[in-house]
Write a protein that binds this ligand. Sequence first.
Ligand code: NIG
Length: 412
Amino acid sequence: MEPLDLLVRNTSEVLTVEGSHREPAEQALTPRPRACVGVRGGRVAWVGQEPDLPPGAVTPSTEILDAEGRMVGPGFVDPHTHLVFAGERSREFDLRNQGATYLEIAQAGGGIVSTVRATRAASEEELVRLALPRLQRLLEYGVTTAEVKSGYGLDVENELKMLRVVRRLASLSPVELVPTLLCAHAVPEEFKGRREAYVELCVQEILPAVAREGLARFCDIFVEQSAFTPDDARRLLTAAKALGLRPRLHGDQLTSGGGAELAAELGAATVDHLENVSEAGIRALAAADVTAVLVPTSTLFVRMRPYAPGRKLREAGVNIALGTNINPGSAMSENLPLAMGLGCLENGLSAAEVYWAATRGAALALGLPSHGRLAVGDVADLVIFSCTNYRHLPYHLGVNHARAVLKYGRLL
Ligand code: NIG
């Protein structure tokens, strides 16, 4: 065997996450007790027991990383973030804790449009400066790949500005970023009462400009009584598909609005939130193979009930991904392990299911077949945790157990 660049040895277990969401998650994680991981050229080159290392694999130039008897698994993939924004909304948090609702605050001029005002006023440099520490915190929690949405610009110039910020962040941080255009996040103030005209602006101007610059891989829309209608989603996401952007949508979050059924109809990659998904919606997601992205931190943060029915989605055969949804309004937290804990406590998932959802389930949702898994040939994005088994991660609620993070085999 050609010499390895790096060997991670002395683990408690290595989770390679090689299975599928259609088999029991404990089996899909493929835990290998005391296994080693060999890396060459930024990719996983070998996984096995140390005595079985092929001749020539370890040479004096191979770096050895001692996991000191701890667990190793693929880096987390966060499939849903609104990482780029200016300003903050701690006052809204305080108001909600005294009884105001997310919708009441939005209707009174707070909410998404207030972050739009602050983000429009900020320069590209300022937005990069503000987002970098958030990205660094995600990395510290073990996130090696993250999706990032626009959605606080809501006009041609500012949506482009946000996505250019994502591109600059990707060049400044080791975390791999997947950009999503979310121009249909809210109806901007200057289009008040003219929602359909704003959707036309998205279709005729924002989307083509973003596609021309190759700034986004996905196009997302917030389908909700207070935001956009299913017909708006059909119009925007059909146009997005024609320009090569894969559809996603925020659906069934605050009210039950057929978001899951719509995602299935439009062949969306994901539908995100799903707190109020219907039984028919769950069946539609399974049949159309749409990933359900659960973001329980925001259900907690906006004090809404119910949580998304993770157990039912899983039992129906739906692939589940789990994200932080870091944003200034509904989830001011980069803590993915906390989302995993809530995924168990409130979405009814098992520890193995939330680990799947935060790694392989999320990678598949983002169309990244070599991520979120440690099979030979996959990207060598991995985390050495300070615990010895994966059940400890959601159980030690919200605590960061990422001890060492490697991106493409490089220790960060
Ligand atoms: O995913 N639901 C819509 N968008 C965000 C909230 C954004 C905000 O409040 O600023 C979400 O929860």
